[in-house]
Design a protein around this ligand. Structure first.
Ligand code: HEC
Length: 287
């Protein structure tokens, strides 16, 4: 072992002139490599300079575009009921077992549908992409099952899928949500850039009640504001048009409304590749 080291020290790099040194000396390059490599401060300074150049090259072009998100037709902010459900999804930590991002790989697309587009989580604060799949991806679970299936599955996953390890969430059906609170949620999201209009904020409580009741007189107005919204009842038996009692909206109703909208908004069939481009500040308006 020590013999090899001796030999290396004796006949190796120390003694012999480094290969290419002659040509370097003859050509007098701007900065000799040995100088840089033997001085830690100089090496550090030059490394920093090259990283800065790299940073500027990647960051500065982004200042010339309005948004890095390609607009996709159909994507809209969440309705008040969907938003309440989304808050419950976050609170219960569903993202610890479920991702909401279909990656652009053949196996994922075959199993879950079209890969996720940036625009589809444009209004998510915070996004629910997740990083672990104990259960399946939920980015396009909307419309895959009926409301009744979701209700049974949330109450007891084992009842619809023997052997499922998903926890039961039956207690959500016993906790009510308050429609009057939703205007404040919408207002907060508007501050973060979600395009809720004054009307949407003003009518938030009505819209929430309308989505939960198929015979609500505000249903058409709600649907106009939030196209493609799934309409209740999300839990319990079908409601009769004669029933004039106010609908009791539970956390489970809200959560199912949210699950039913996931992945259904973007009109992917109508999307042409040339539509998928970033919006230039000076260019044509999106959509
Ligand atoms: C401990 C991990 C775990 C947590 C937490 C969890 N799930 Fe699941 N989930 C699973 C597993 C595993 C499956 C697959 C078996 C089944 O369908 O029950 C699943 C399946 C599902 C499905 C059916 C998906 C499909 O395409 O078939 C839905 C919907 C769902 N979960 C919603 C939720 C919601 C909503 C929450 C939070 C309230 C949640 N899950 C929390 C593990 C979890």
């Amino acid at each position: 072992m020590s013999q090899t080291n001796d030999r290396a020290a004796g006949s190796g790099l120390g003694d012999a002139p480094p290969p290419g040194a002659e040509t370097a000396a003859a050509g007098k390059p701007l900065l000799r490599h040995e100088v840089v490599e033997k001085s830690a401060p100089l090496m550090l300074l030059l490394t920093l300079v090259s990283i800065l150049i790299g940073g500027v090259v990647t960051v500065v072009p982004l200042f010339t575009i309005e948004s890095t998100i390609e607009p996709v037709p159909g994507v809209r902010p969440y309705s008040p009921l969907e938003l309440a459900g989304r808050n419950i999804y976050t609170r219960e930590g569903c993202y610890t077992c479920h991702s909401q991002q279909i990656r652009p790989f053949r196996d994922e697309v075959d199993r879950y549908g079209h890969y996720s587009l940036a625009a589809e989580s444009q209004y998510d604060h915070p996004f629910q992409w997740g990083s672990k799949r104990t259960g399946p991806d939920l980015a396009r679970v909307g419309g895959k099952y009926s409301n009744a299936w979701h209700e049974a599955h949330l109450i007891n996953p084992r009842q619809v899928l023997p052997g499922s390890i998903m926890p039961a969430y039956g207690f959500l059906a016993r906790r009510e949500v308050n429609p009057e609170e939703m205007a404040a949620h919408l207002r907060t999201l508007r501050r973060l850039g979600v395009p809720y209009t004054d009307e949407m904020i003003e009518r938030a409580a009505d819209d929430m009640r309308a989505q939960a009741n198929p015979f609500d007189r505000n249903l058409a107005a709600m649907r106009e504001r939030y196209p493609k919204a799934a309409v209740g009842p999300f839990t319990g038996p079908p409601r009769s048009p004669m029933d004039q009692t106010p609908v009791r909206i539970t956390e489970m109703d809200a959560l199912i409304a949210y699950l039913q909208v996931l992945g259904t908004l973007a009109e992917i069939d109508r999307l042409r590749p040339e539509d998928l481009r970033q919006i230039r500040r000076t260019g044509a308006s999106p959509q």
